[in-house]
Design a protein around this ligand. Structure first.
Ligand SMILES: N[C@@H](CCC(=O)N[C@@H](CS)C(=O)NCC(=O)O)C(=O)O
Length: 106
């Protein structure tokens, strides 16, 4: 396992560069939890609607590229994808700290 400094450096390099995306549905409480968390942290993101009723979360494309569990939300930052709301929230907190220089840039 890499030391935490390596992860922090990688996060610093990627923070806000790629533009965040949230794939989800406004009828999904888990999506709304993530959206709310990003708003509170002042992090910009693009919202990509997924039609749960139509089963868009179960397509092969979604299962292979977004979330193998076939659920929303999915948070995307470049090639990084997260699909656990608490993990997304924690990631947002770290990114916010980096962007607001609470974790000093080297
Ligand atoms: N483990 C996930 C569960 C996410 C979840 O339950 N998502 C629901 C919407 S709130 C979903 O995608 N449902 C559609 C499905 O399961 O097909 C989490 O904690 O967020």
């Amino acid at each position: 396992m890499a030391p935490i400094g390596v992860y922090i450096k990688d996060l610093r390099e990627r923070a806000g560069m790629a533009g965040f995306k949230v794939y989800g549905s406004t009828t999904s409480t888990n999506t709304l939890r993530v959206v709310d968390c990003l708003f509170v942290k002042g992090l910009d993101f693009e919202f990509v609607p997924i039609d749960l009723g139509a089963g868009e979360q179960k397509t092969e494309q979604f299962l292979n590229n977004m979330n193998p569990f076939g659920q929303v939300p999915v948070f995307e930052d470049g090639d990084l994808k997260l699909f656990e709301p608490r993990g997304i929230s924690k990631y947002g907190r770290i990114i916010q700290a980096i962007l607001t220089n609470k974790i000093a840039k080297s």
